[in-house]
Design a protein around this ligand. Structure first.
Ligand SMILES: NC(=O)c1ccc[n+]([C@@H]2O[C@H](COP(=O)([O-])OP(=O)(O)OC[C@H]3O[C@@H](n4cnc5c(N)ncnc54)[C@H](O)[C@@H]3O)[C@@H](O)[C@H]2O)c1
Length: 284
């Protein structure tokens, strides 16, 4: 069963059982887990990086209170927990290319701070209480199914909508801002695969670097132009989001995920671009 604090509507209606639930409310989380006899909680609710910089206290409250609620319920009811961390957990003094699995993590955003704290809390619940917690550090996620949620990698989703509708896009990051990205089908595979992985193979738990491609606005524009020849990109750089992007890795090393649970993404830039454009062109 899926839950969210808002009822999904418009572009993203619920296509299965759905319940409105505030994930920061431990009682509500506990009741939902009990009612549905859940054996695994996929805890995705969060305030993302750009919105978190507008309201840091909200980001801390939502991201940390909800995670603590989920972990406590998991401890009491014996379920496993998946929580995504993010490339936002890295900071300006992290090695940028490649960014190792185990490295310096001193992020400069409130979002990143909650993600590092969340990784530590999940590992703590595993070692201290034996809760089966696992996570990945997702890069920017690209999807045609849902609008972007207020992150620094939103441009890599918006660019496709604007390319199909208007043939041009104005980007809030500069032309060479390189970040790791992943197409949503691979992100879903990652989350299912890591939860099904043989626990005895896992050296790490919270959280694994995973990536599928590295994109810059200029580079992705060139690939889109192969499908939409007249497509143009302009730049109107937002200093807040550019500074966040500059503090994140250029390329993360996901060899630990490949070695410990056979992570192997299917979509590269060309395959993702073709599939995104195909779906967006045939939307009604
Ligand atoms: N989108 C990305 O590029 C990306 C990259 C790295 C990691 N992640 C992580 O993946 C997860 C999902 O991200 P997303 O892109 O779907 O974000 P999103 O903003 O699209 O979705 C987050 C959802 O959480 C819900 N929410 C907020 N407060 C809540 C509360 N108190 N109770 C219940 N629900 C609440 C929101 O209504 C929203 O639907 C997050 O943990 C995020 O940090 C996302």
């Amino acid at each position: 069963m899926a839950t969210d604090i808002r009822h999904p509507g418009g572009d993203a209606p619920a296509d299965g059982p759905f319940q409105v639930l505030d994930a920061t409310d431990p009682k509500a989380v506990g009741q939902a887990v009990m009612r549905h006899r859940a054996d695994t909680v996929y805890h995705l609710a969060a305030i993302l990086s750009a919105i978190g910089e507008k309201d840091p206290r909200l980001a801390w409250h939502v991201n940390m209170t909800s995670l603590e609620a989920v972990l406590e319920v998991a401890r009491e009811q014996g379920c496993a927990v998946f929580t995504p961390s993010s490339i936002g957990a890295f900071g300006p003094n992290t090695p940028k290319d490649p960014t190792p699995q185990d490295t310096i993590m001193r992020p400069s955003t409130m979002y990143g701070i909650t993600k590092v704290a969340g990784e530590l809390l999940c590992d703590y619940y595993h070692t201290r209480y034996g809760v089966d917690t696992r996570g990945v550090r997702f890069p920017g996620l690209i999807s045609y199914g849902a609008p972007p949620g207020g992150g620094t990698t939103d441009w890599a989703v918006d660019i496709f909508y604007q390319a199909v509708e208007h043939g041009r896009y104005t980007c809030f990051l500069g032309p060479d801002a390189q970040l790791d990205m992943m197409y949503m089908p691979d992100a879903i595979d990652a989350l299912l695969q890591i939860m099904e992985a043989d626990a005895s193979r896992l050296v790490h738990r919270n959280a694994f670097n995973v990536t599928a491609m590295q994109l810059t606005p200029e580079g992705l524009s060139a690939v889109i132009r192969e499908h939409i020849p007249g497509f143009t990109i302009e730049y109107d750089v937002d200093p807040v989001r550019q500074a966040i992007a500059d503090s994140w890795p250029d390329r993360i090393d996901d060899s630990a995920a490949r070695a410990e649970w056979d992570w192997n993404p299917k979509f590269d830039t060309a395959a993702m671009t073709a599939d995104m454009l195909e779906h967006l062109r045939h939307r009604d």
